[in-house]
Design a protein around this ligand. Sequence first.
Ligand code: DQA
Length: 144
Amino acid sequence: MATILLLHGPNLNQLGKRDAAQYGSLSLPALEALVKKEAEARGHTVKAFQSNHEGALIDWLQKESEGARGIIVNPGALTHYSYALHDALLDTKLPAVEVHLSDIISRESWRTVSVTAPACIAQISGKKEHGYIEALETLAPHLQ
Ligand code: DQA
């Protein structure tokens, strides 16, 4: 059994109230519950955290990565400019999958750039909550 870290960045606590056409209609607690259920069905546990603050996300990653085997991360807008989060992900030495609910490639040009994705083994974008299930499948071979 592996522990997977599920990390959400700024504004994702507002899921359910944000633009459903981009982000789907699930609230963050509902999304976290879905990922936990799917992970448990695969024999894994999930530790989830969300913050609107870059430093809090990095503090949590540094603390929790010790006992974990993989990461699913939706950095929100930090995706597009946080080299600090990039480095924190890299420093965990854990396989991380970056997930975006919306299709960041088909939106504003500034969203098409991810500075955090190079610290991840894969990026999944535009599949709403289904992207998180795909992330579990992507992590699976790395959790053995
Ligand atoms: C997002 C995409 C980001 O560009 C945006 O800033 C978000 C959510 C997504 O899940 O589609 O807050 O990461």
